[in-house]
Write a protein that binds this ligand. Structure first.
Ligand SMILES: Cc1cc2nc3c(=O)[nH]c(=O)nc-3n(C[C@H](O)[C@H](O)[C@H](O)COP(=O)(O)OP(=O)(O)OC[C@H]3O[C@@H](n4cnc5c(N)ncnc54)[C@H](O)[C@@H]3O)c2cc1C
Length: 387
């Protein structure tokens, strides 16, 4: 029997999408968010780079479905998808990444993605805003764009409420299994702090807090939060989105000028105690790459950090971890752009309409498995799960 009452923990991009898809299909949905607004955590700090250019078949399909949904939502409320090509490049002398870009682009095309392999000279002709005389390999993904991530979360939260979901802010919860239930531990506007409510199903889309939350419920998951960073400069930039893989920096146009980022710190962060400001080294390194690649020299007007979550093999954990309890987390820096499809996927799993891909099975590892955090924005092949 399909679950009737579903709790969604977390009103980030993934949680609100799952809530919308569940409510639109007739479930009685309550969303619990510990913050005082939606997009209060990683989704509100993301860069909003969107594309379907993935080399793995499952990722390519989810990326394409997400772009389709972003496009269909664009223009509703304050949400706009800004169409913009995405360039991946490696520099002369970086043979490993140059080969990886060529190989990945070929696999993206095998999965039906609109991705061209181009020479440095051709790249320069297409995008005069980029310096290209040092480019060893490049690929251009056309099904790509950018947005303000919070505007997506706000729109889809409103659509979920319009479809009948209840959204409870200032409502930090703990989760229990057998039977599935949530207990509101935060005070705020909820009014029934410490009351435990049973649900037919609970979806935990709590971002960087997911492992701690489910760990307290006795479900150990191999998920580690880590910091990544972004900055905004106030001078205009009228070029494509670009990922300089050799430098480990990406940038895109932004309404205030330009947004640049990466600044991965591959160390486990405490989701309740981490530095929200951009590091000086990140700002200095990113400015150097922007000067080199796009002749862009504006001092950043702001720089910040946020948390991503890593898994042992770089694939997320999406699906049931106990009877009626589901997880959706572990996006390795690609959670926002895939949220329209992964939120839909977990909703359909909850409703028994669809199985998730085996590569996302959240029970594929021992929860206490040791692993090192690896950067999400990479062009190299993914690790095998057995590494
Ligand atoms: C600087 C930066 C740049 C990024 N750029 C991109 C990008 O360009 N493209 C991309 O695809 N991804 C990007 N990411 C990654 C992206 O932000 C995440 O993958 C994505 O936002 C994850 O969404 P989520 O809904 O899973 O988690 P979140 O947005 O973190 O949502 C989880 C929610 O759960 C809530 N919560 C936690 N614990 C509880 C509890 N106990 N009770 C109730 N609520 C709780 C939190 O308050 C939060 O609102 C970037 C991340 C950062 C930090």
């Amino acid at each position: 029997m399909s679950p009737e009452r579903v709790a969604v923990v977390g009103a980030g991009a993934v949680g609100v999408t799952a809530a919308y898809d569940l409510a639109a299909r007739g479930a009685d949905v309550t969303v619990f968010e510990r913050g005082d607004r939606v997009a209060a955590a990683s989704s509100g700090r993301a860069a909003g780079v969107l594309y379907d250019a993935y080399a793995e078949d499952v990722d390519a399909e989810l990326g394409a479905r997400s772009m389709e949904r972003f496009r269909s939502f664009s223009g509703d409320g304050g949400f706009r998808l800004r169409e913009c090509p995405y360039v991946m490049l490696a520099r002369d002398g970086d043979d490993a990444r140059a080969e990886a870009i060529d190989a990945a682009a070929a696999r993206m095309r095998q999965h039906g993605r609109d991705v061209d392999t181009v020479s440095g000279a051709e790249l320069g002709r297409r995008f005069p805003a980029l310096r290209t005389d040092d480019v060893a390999a490049a690929a251009v993904a056309s099904n790509a764009g950018w947005t303000d991530p919070a505007s997506y979360v706000e729109l889809v939260a409103r659509k979920a409420v319009d479809a009948g979901a209840e959204l409870r802010l200032n409502a930090a919860v703990s989760v229990s299994t057998s039977p599935p239930a949530v207990t509101v531990s935060g005070t705020g506007s909820g009014g029934d702090a410490a009351a435990t409510r049973p649900f037919d199903a609970v979806v935990v889309a709590a971002g960087a807090h997911t492992a701690a939350l489910l760990g307290e419920a006795g479900v150990a998951l191999p998920l580690k939060p880590y910091r990544v960073q972004a900055l905004v400069g106030a001078d205009g930039y009228d070029g494509p989105m670009c990922y300089d893989a050799t430098a480990g920096v990406y940038f895109r146009p932004h309404p205030d000028g330009l947004l640049g980022g990466d600044g991965t710190v591959p160390e486990e962060a405490d989701p309740d105690d981490w530095d929200r400001d951009g590091d000086d080294w990140f700002v200095a390194d990113t400015r150097e790459v922007l000067r080199h690649r796009a002749d862009y020299d504006a001092a950043p007007e702001r720089a910040w950090a946020g948390l991503c979550t890593a898994t042992p093999d770089g694939d997320p954990l999406v699906g049931a971890v106990a009877d009626g309890v589901y997880v959706a987390a572990g996006w390795q820096g690609h959670g926002f752009m895939r949220a329209p499809a992964t939120g839909e996927l977990v909703a359909e799993q909850v409703l028994g309409e669809r199985d998730g891909p085996a590569s996302f099975d959240p029970t594929r590892f021992d929860g206490d498995r040791e692993f090192e955090i690896r950067e999400g924005m990479v062009v190299e092949e993914r690790r095998e799960a057995s590494d």
